[in-house]
Design a protein around this ligand. Structure first.
Ligand code: 13P
Ligand code: SF4
Length: 361
């Protein structure tokens, strides 16, 4: 099995982002505040769950949780989903408050789509290494080098970056969005290079790429796939398109070195739909952040799920905890808002995405 094939360098229109420190969660004001809080520091898990239940009703709050959240938060949320589903939930929310258990770019998207609701993020340092890999100034400079190009941004970007682009997309609709752009149009895709390479390979279309990556998914190597498949050769292989091994796996698939009927490149919502639709119990190797295993085990209890890498943990997602969620509801912190001019321009790119996206089953 030639899983060690590496893709050749891409094209001269690509841009490698400047080296910059990864955002950190150490010393978060929310972590310090809950540790020093006289009420919260005495509460048991049962107290916190009861308190969250009471406050969400008193405050008219909807709790949205991404598929990578800790199990306790997934279990109490009003809606658990991928980035696309959670944006759609926010857009249709008619509530006083949305508490977003996820990361900042997701809460910003909710604030743009639900301007009548107050959007709260329980820890303001819940960032994203991928979103941090590109700035609005860099998008403007890249665009200036390619007049006439259409710029497509993955949803894992700051609102100020979305305000500079033409289309947004998520892992669930990236192929649909790029397919909707006329064939003869030059495309700049940012910031995830692995997702960009995947789109290019699937659509047979040349795209200029921003060579950014998510530090969690970039860590998945072809060797990890080979090792897990050696343990469970009959398993389904589910890979998020942000994974660093996707190009090599697509190559192996084309060579017949991976089974075509058991290899799937899917966003987290696609993984949920895949296991729901798999009729008989199977083993699934899950190539994404480990929070996904809880969601999949609940969706398909008879199936067996193994992480492709046990240490694929996103510290930004995991910085949201029950004490911080309780404090967020109790103290109305931390509000996420987007300046009106940025929100309006970012909304155009998000609305274009939602208009092109077909309803999901
Ligand atoms: P999904 O949209 O597939 O849930 O992915 C979001 C994300 O942050 C992946 O790391
Ligand atoms: Fe960002 Fe990666 Fe965490 Fe997803 S897993 S939120 S892309 S850092």
């Amino acid at each position: 099995m030639d899983l060690l094939h590496q893709p050749e360098p891409h094209d001269p229109g690509d841009v490698r982002p400047a080296a910059r420190p990864k955002p950190g969660v150490a010393g978060s004001p929310a972590t310090e505040a809950v540790a020093a809080d006289p009420e919260i520091s005495r509460m048991t898990t049962a107290d916190l769950l009861a308190g969250i239940e009471r406050l969400r009703r008193e405050r008219g709050a909807v709790i949205l949780a991404h598929n990578y959240q800790i199990p306790e938060i997934q279990d109490l949320a009003d809606h658990v989903g991928d980035s696309l589903e959670l944006s759609q939930r926010a857009a249709e929310a008619d509530v006083e408050r949305i508490v977003f258990c996820g990361v900042r770019f997701m809460a910003e998207t909710a604030a743009i789509l639900a301007p009548e609701s107050k959007v709260l993020l329980p820890d303001p340092l819940a960032g994203c290494s991928l979103a941090a890999s590109v700035t609005p100034e860099e998008v403007r400079a890249w665009r200036a080098e390619h007049p006439g190009a259409v710029v497509v941004a993955y949803i894992n970007t700051d609102a100020a970056v979305k305000a500079e682009v033409d289309y947004c997309c998520t892992s669930a609709n990236a192929l649909e969005i790029v397919r909707s752009i006329p064939e003869d149009t030059e495309i700049l895709f940012l910031p995830d290079m692995f997702l960009g390479l995947y789109i290019e390979r699937q659509l047979g279309r040349r795209i200029h790429l921003w060579l950014g990556e998510c530090h969690v998914h970039a860590g998945f190597r072809p060797e990890d796939v080979a090792a897990r498949l050696a343990e469970t050769p009959d398993a389904d292989l589910l890979l998020h398109p942000e994974c660093g091994c996707v190009s090599a796996c697509m190559y192996a698939l084309a060579q017949g070195d991976l089974p075509a009927d058991r290899t799937f490149v899917l966003g987290t919502g696609g993984m949920v739909r895949h296991v729901r639709q798999t009729p008989s119990a199977r083993v699934h190797i899950v190539g994404t952040e480990v929070g996904m295993l809880h969601r999949l085990r609940k969706e398909a209890p008879g199936h067996e799920f193994r992480a492709l890498k046990d240490d694929a943990v996103c510290e930004y997602m995991k910085t949201i905890t029950l004490p911080k969620l309780y404090r967020s509801l109790r103290d109305d912190v931390y509000e996420v808002s987007v300046p009106t001019d940025i929100a309006e321009r970012a909304r155009t790119a998000i609305d274009r995405m939602l208009a092109v996206t077909a309803p999901r089953a």
